[in-house]
Design a protein around this ligand. Structure first.
Ligand code: SF4
Length: 378
């Protein structure tokens, strides 16, 4: 393998103020632990040595609710670990609107994050209440207007809920276009097992999601954002033309990432192979022993790395996959069956090909899972 892999750092903050009725992520309800930053620093140092990581190109704080972590702890983390959000290619922290206090905004600005990704979900108070969110639409809008003076912002929007109307979606999109955030992420609601929404659906107290309506909502949101000048980088992600995203590119475009914290997943690549692994989803165990061995999900030889990056790289709608560079960085070769699958979908208009670069067309987005499956298993 001739190329040095880009490396992303993901830091999980596994606490939330309360459980949203649709969420099945790993977190606990309550305050963050003051020992957590020390545990993260220990784990970081250990994994850097264990996997000979030179540096991180991007830093991403996800959750849970990272904005629950006191900024004094964040400062301590950066000081102890010598990580610097200002110097990375992209540094992002997720936040909930109710945490965007004047003080928090100033601290985050001083730390030098490039983007605050805010879980707004909707600007409509009635929908927010049903989604169990703690903020109000106008308040979130005002705070985002203030925040964008200091740093890049991203907005997460939930779409395709069975309790949402077309008028509400239009209203949410109008608010987004008034704010023109650097990035927009659309989250299609899925009713996950064992969530409160799942129970309501089972009891007949809430309608299930409707595939056709969800697709309509998705297409409406995509065309509104594109008409406003946004570039669709992934199936659900958009960026302004004057802002470059880097962290997610690593997931899809051939790179490794280290996930820190309980429940966090990693893909670590050495010259010989790749390793998909995760930390046990147990906060107390993590605080006691943050450097415990990762749980291995899968080891990947160079052909498996190639296959994964080919299939999942198609999620990068903006740049697609360059077959020759992928062969060079993995040391593997495209398989004959994969060439046949690619040709079949190019002929049907679901993929396009320019020289060695393969991209998904708008028609192909709706069947991307099937294309990926065929590339992996045909
Ligand atoms: S704030 Fe986010 S992570 Fe926490 S429960 Fe709600 S949706 Fe899940």
């Amino acid at each position: 393998m001739s190329k040095i892999w880009k490396t992303g750092l993901y830091i999980h903050v596994p606490w939330c103020r309360r459980r949203c009725p649709y969420c099945d992520f790993f977190f606990e309800v309550g305050e963050t632990s003051s020992n957590y930053v020390d545990a993260l620093c220990l784990e970081l140092e250990h994994r850097i040595q264990e996997h000979r990581i030179q540096s991180f190109d991007t830093i991403y704080f996800g959750g849970g609710t990272p904005s629950l972590l006191p900024t004094i702890d964040l400062k301590r983390l950066f000081k102890q670990s010598e990580l610097n959000p200002k110097l990375s290619e992209e540094s992002v922290i997720e936040a909930n609107p109710e945490d965007l206090s004047e003080r928090w905004i100033c601290d985050i600005r001083d730390l030098g994050f490039h983007r605050i990704s805010v879980g707004v979900q909707s600007f409509d108070d009635a929908l927010l209440k049903k989604l169990g969110r703690l903020h109000r639409g106008q308040d979130a809008f005002n705070k985002l207007q203030r925040l964008k003076k200091y740093t890049g912002i991203g907005i997460d929007l939930i779409i395709g809920t069975p309790i949402e109307t077309t008028k509400r979606l239009r209203n949410d999109l109008d608010h987004i276009l008034r704010l023109m955030p650097q990035t927009v992420s659309l989250y299609m609601l899925t009713i996950e097992e064992e969530t409160h929404f799942d129970k309501l659906v089972q009891l007949g107290k809430m309608p299930p999601t409707n595939d056709i309506k969800q697709l309509d909502d998705y297409h409406q949101a995509v065309s509104t954002l594109k008409e406003a000048g946004y570039i669709q980088t992934e199936v659900s992600n958009f960026r302004r033309p004057d802002y470059q995203t880097a962290h997610n590119e690593i997931y899809w475009a051939g790179g490794q990432y280290l996930g820190l914290g309980p429940g966090a997943h990693s893909l670590l690549i050495s010259n010989e192979s790749g390793l998909r692994a995760h930390q046990k989803a147990d906060i107390q165990a993590y605080l006691k022993e943050p450097t415990s061995p990762l749980i291995v999900d899968e080891t990947l030889d160079s052909q498996s790395l190639f296959d994964d990056f080919l299939a999942f790289g198609l999620r990068n709608l903006e740049h697609g996959v360059d077959i020759i560079s992928l062969e060079q960085i993995t040391g593997a070769q495209v398989r004959q069956t994969q060439i046949q699958v690619l040709e079949r979908y190019v002929d049907s208009g679901h993929l396009t090909r320019f020289d060695n670069n393969i991209r998904v067309t708008p028609l192909g987005i709706d069947i991307l899972d099937r294309i990926q499956g065929d590339l992996l298993f045909d």
